[in-house]
Write a protein that binds this ligand. Structure first.
Ligand code: RBF
Length: 165
């Protein structure tokens, strides 16, 4: 085990750092807008609650989840951001589109993150039906937009810690 982790008394994996120093991009897919709107509300509110300045949160819409990758790429090319949150909802249909879109976004988000060396957060619901999506967008399973925002804050903070030392 790494030496710095021997004494865990000061270490809490549940601590959420302040979002105040960071600039965030949020890319939201318009497909399944009721769901992605709820994910967005959760993510935005969470960033603000954890200290992000409204003027440091940059939101853009893209047509569908497939476009989240290029949306995140464009944001990182054109704005000086510490993290980008991608929000979408892909619902299983009768064709194989679901698999192609989910695969493309998951790989796309990873590639954009590696390309820019910045956290790009995968806040995309991939569900069998609309009810499962609603349950995860402010329903009985919470709001995955909130989790995406907390992940963005934690990753931006990790990057800062590593830069500072
Ligand atoms: N985009 C989503 O964000 N969620 C979906 O559930 C979704 N389903 C789609 C199903 C079909 C048959 C097609 C053609 C597109 C779908 N899209 C969906 C849109 C997709 O992400 C993208 O915007 C378009 O394929 C244009 O590149």
């Amino acid at each position: 085990m790494a030496t710095q982790l021997k004494d865990l008394s000061d270490f809490s994996h549940t601590t959420i750092p302040s979002a105040e120093p960071f600039r965030f991009g949020i890319v939201v897919a318009e497909w399944n807008a009721k769901i992605t709107g709820a994910l967005y509300a959760g993510a935005y509110q969470s960033l603000i609650e954890h200290g992000a300045l409204e003027s440091n949160v940059f939101t853009y819409a893209v047509p569908g989840s497939f476009e989240l990758t290029s949306g995140a790429d464009l944001l990182l090319q054109n704005k000086n951001l510490d993290a980008v949150i991608c929000l979408g909802c892909v619902i299983q249909g009768e064709t194989r589109h679901f698999d192609f879109i989910c695969d493309a976004v998951a790989h796309g988000v990873t590639n954009v993150s590696v390309k820019h060396v910045k956290p790009v957060i995968f806040g995309v619901l991939t569900t069998d039906n609309e009810q499962q999506a609603m349950d995860r967008a402010g329903g009985k399973h919470g709001n995955k937009g909130v989790e995406a925002a907390v992940t963005a804050i934690k990753m931006a903070d990790l990057a800062k810690q590593l830069q500072d030392h």
